[in-house]
Design a protein around this ligand. Structure first.
Ligand SMILES: [Zn+2]
Length: 407
């Protein structure tokens, strides 16, 4: 790894159980959650003596993690110096891999997004050339961001499908038996790497950077080409026993004859996802239904999901009808989630969520119709406000949280 020596040696000491390093990591966590503060306030918050805090914060300043920002600007009495994290102590790169593009983000040590590169064309496939292309794009992005690689403490990468972030294996894409994907990527990229399921990372992005107002039980619906969810219970990401929780798209839901991408039949995703919208509208266009999409379909035999969403925004009746039909099924399934989890908040994100009210009205109507009112009356269902950045932000934040052992 090319990671900055002071930081990696500090993290290694903490992981080996070094008492001072563990307390220093707690101090960093306190600054992350509580913001800048004086030594007196820090000692009170952490239940440590002022001399201990003074000594350890002094070490963190020498190591480059913490800054002394000088006297507070507020008036009255003696004004103590304010201390807080050095935003440039290190950076975390987030990589959100989608079917046909990749988005990148870079946060500083304090968690502020300082670089963002949206939707770079990329064709995701279960092949080595596809993995090589992804690594080349990451290399090019780091170079383009102008940040020294040794200052990047970790890279977080989101992939769809079955991802076990604890072991570092991705089972749906880039799987090899001999070593975890994270190891392969670390050797290739020269940085620590964390991988995560895309919907779970999106949920973490929403939780850390979106519109959550102290809600601790949140479900984030990622309805894009496929369908997945990220679950936050009691303020923590829920992984399940083996790390595969959230496969909502493969909930056996329909009594249909449609084979899902997973190989099974009748999964929720076959009727409540972007690919369902695409399939249904293509069937209708083939039957000669009138739409502004007809011309392209007749000429090429296909339309993209973006074409369909564009048609929704241009008030195409067929596109609106199909999104409503799919949203109704999604809302019915969300009613089931509400009945099971009793969450405070459900956030709907992903590509299909850009259909806006066309999607939401049908979802909310089905939620009202099918959920138990006593359970759902305190649940808010709303669209993501992060406009597609939730995945990238989640990847960045998870990279930081895992590096600093915050999750
Ligand atoms: Zn399935």
């Amino acid at each position: 790894m090319q990671t900055d020596n002071k930081i990696s040696s500090f993290l290694k000491l903490a992981s080996e159980g070094n008492k001072n390093a563990i307390i220093k990591r707690r101090i960093i966590r306190q600054y992350l959650t509580g913001g800048d503060c004086s030594l007196t306030d820090l000692s009170r918050e952490m239940g440590l003596s002022v001399p201990t805090v003074t000594k350890l914060v002094g070490e963190l300043i020498d190591e480059g993690f913490v800054h002394d920002f000088g006297k507070q600007s507020t008036s009255g009495g003696r004004r103590p110096n304010l201390y807080g994290l050095n935003p440039d102590a290190g950076y975390f790169l987030g990589v959100d891999v989608c079917n046909n593009h990749v988005s990148f983000g870079l946060i500083n040590f304090k968690g502020r997004l300082i670089k963002y590169k949206k939707e770079v064309p990329f064709s995701l496939a279960k092949t080595k050339p596809s993995l090589d292309e992804l690594c080349d794009l990451i290399d090019a992005t780091i170079a383009g961001f102008g940040i020294a690689r040794k200052k990047i403490l970790s890279i977080g990468i989101n992939l769809s499908g079955r991802v076990d972030s604890a072991s570092g294996y991705s089972f749906s894409y880039f799987y090899t038996e001999d070593k975890p994907l994270t190891r392969l990527l670390e050797e290739r990229l020269g940085c620590n790497v964390n991988i995560e399921n895309d919907s779970r990372a999106m949920a973490y992005g929403e939780y850390m950077c979106g519109g959550c107002n102290n809600e601790k039980n949140v479900i984030c619906i990622n309805v894009s080409w496929g369908l997945g969810i990220g679950i936050i219970l009691n303020g923590q990401l829920f992984y399940g026993h083996s790390g595969f929780s959230g496969e909502f798209g493969h909930f056996p839901f329909f009594d249909n004859e449609i084979i899902c991408r997973c190989g099974k039949r009748g999964c929720l995703e076959t009727g409540a996802s972007g690919l369902a919208v695409h399939r249904i509208i293509c069937e209708m266009l083939a039957q000669g239904r009138a739409s502004m999409l007809s011309e392209k379909y007749d000429a090429t035999g296909d339309v993209s999901l973006n074409d369909i969403l564009d048609a929704v925004h241009k008030e195409d009746v067929l596109a609106i009808e199909v999104v409503e039909q799919v949203a109704h099924q999604l809302g019915k399934a969300i009613a089931g989630l509400i009945n099971i989890f009793n969450p405070e908040l459900i956030i709907i994100g992903g590509t299909l969520s850009t259909a806006g009210q066309c999607l939401m009205l049908a979802v909310q109507s089905a939620v009202y119709k099918y959920s138990l009112q006593l359970v759902s009356k305190d649940t808010t269902v709303r669209l993501s406000t992060l406009a597609g950045e939730a995945g990238v932000l989640g990847a960045c934040m998870l990279a930081r949280s895992k590096t600093l052992c915050l999750v």
